[in-house]
Design a binder for this molecule. Structure first.
Ligand code: HEM
Ligand SMILES: *[C@@H]1O[C@H](CO)[C@@H](O)[C@H](O)[C@H]1NC(C)=O
Ligand SMILES: *[C@@H]1O[C@H](CO)[C@@H](O)[C@H](O)[C@H]1NC(C)=O
Ligand SMILES: *[C@@H]1O[C@H](CO)[C@@H](O)[C@H](O)[C@H]1NC(C)=O
Length: 345
């Protein structure tokens, strides 16, 4: 071997090592991560693998991912146009800073577990509570097959005030109450329905404590349309032995599943039912509109122009199933005749 070739190999060796180190640090290998790093997104790249391994059980769409997604809403909805800035700063991390105060709102029940797991990461990487809540929501839902790649902006202040109690919608609320509350925080009925796609990766613990971890649809690890479909099916019973529903709960068609009364009502109300059905018609509409509405949610009370767009840190989502042709039209056979009640006299 000529000595010049040998020399270039020796020179090459350290370069190869550096390239491998960079790949290990940013295993998803985006083209511009180094540039983004300089723009203040570096810390989020550093944190990503840590949270995937040590918070999300190796990049799973499990309980921690579900709870992290829920938390983005419970922080951000602490905002009110009618009550003014003293009522809360929206997506400002207040729920994590003033946990004792905000947990007095029963609607926030169950959010403390995930906050206890998230806080150490905020400390370790010295980022604001407001940012870490939105970041972990985006990373968590990204772990769900078929899920969206949410945008992530960084730079929210750590200075916050506690949100007023009563700003978080409850499952026993009427549609009037839910729509009024969302409107007061800047969201339309259409946006509420789009945000509720999150309930496709969801379970409950607090509504019926005898049936903890019971999901809101049959596929709680997949960001599919099943939640919207199953909520439209006729409910048969609640999982209670007697079939009786608890507060905020409505009958479901499937054993093991829980239906929130709020979801059952929104699926059927004339103001929201068509948006609900539109979510079922097209998965890409569901993903697109959820992503847009979540972007808005993550910026409640914030000025986007003062934040840094670190969306590139969020990994590309897992593909659920992608076929070149649409789902085929299938011939169906009539099922057994049902017992149909006659019209009362
Ligand atoms: C009308 C508005 C809403 C109501 C009444 C509502 C109510 C609830 C309730 C009662 C639970 C079960 C909590 C438990 O007992 O553990 C839940 C779970 C959940 N919610 Fe909502 N929700 C609403 C809107 C939203 C929105 C806008 C998001 C968007 C981020 C969201 C995300 C979630 C998620 C991901 C879970 C599952 C948490 C888990 O499995 O641990 N919800 N919701
Ligand atoms: C942590 O962040 C805060 C706020 O950005 C900053 O004032 C402080 O110096 C940082 N601490 C360390 C150890 O980097
Ligand atoms: C944010 O506030 C919390 C609670 O007050 C504090 O523990 C944390 O160090 C702060 N983080 C930054 C980045 O300033
Ligand atoms: C979805 O978003 C598009 C705009 O991006 C909007 O025109 C459409 O009405 C939305 N559909 C639903 C059902 O939210």
């Amino acid at each position: 071997m000529p000595s010049s070739t040998l020399k270039s190999l020796v020179v090459l060796a350290p370069l190869v090592t550096i390239a491998t180190a960079a790949l290990t640090r940013f295993p998803r290998g985006y083209g511009t991560e180094q540039t983004k790093c300089k723009n203040g997104c570096c810390v989020w790249y550093e944190m990503l693998d840590d949270v995937q391994a040590n918070l999300f059980d190796g990049g799973m769409c499990g309980e921690e991912a579900h709870e992290s997604l829920r938390l983005t809403f419970h922080d951000a909805i602490g905002y009110s146009h009618s009550q003014g800035s003293k009522a809360g700063g929206g997506a400002d991390g207040s729920i994590m800073k003033f946990t004792d105060i905000e947990l007095m709102d029963p609607a926030n029940g169950g959010t403390d577990d995930i906050m206890d797991l998230q806080r150490p990461f905020a400390w370790k990487y010295n980022v604001s509570y407001a940012d870490i809540i939105q970041f972990l929501g985006a990373v968590g839902v990204n772990n769900c097959a078929g899920g969206p790649r949410l945008r992530f902006f960084a730079g929210r202040s750590n200075e916050t005030i506690p949100a007023a109690l009563g700003l978080v919608p409850k499952p026993e609320d009427s549609v009037d109450m839910m729509l009024a509350r969302m409107h007061d925080a800047g969201f339309s009925p259409k946006e509420l329905v789009a945000l509720l796609a999150s309930h496709t990766v969801a379970a409950q613990d607090g509504i019926n404590s005898d049936f903890k971890a019971h999901p809101l649809d049959s596929t709680p690890s997949t960001f599919d349309r099943q939640f919207f479909v199953e909520t439209l099916l006729k409910g048969v019973s609640c999982p209670d032995k007697s079939g009786k529903c608890g507060k905020g709960e409505a009958p479901t068609p499937l054993v093991g599943e829980i239906r929130l009364a709020s979801d059952g009502l929104l699926a059927r109300d004339p103001r929201t039912a068509c948006y609900w059905q539109a979510m079922i018609v097209d998965h890409s509409v569901m993903i697109h509109n959820f992503t847009t509405a979540m972007h808005k949610l993550s910026l409640v009370g914030q000025d986007e122009s003062l934040l840094t767009d670190c969306s590139e840190v969020i990994p590309h989502p897992q593909v659920m199933c992608s076929c070149p042709t649409p789902f085929p039209k299938l011939e169906t056979m009539p099922g057994p005749a049902l017992m149909i009640a006659s019209v009362p006299k």
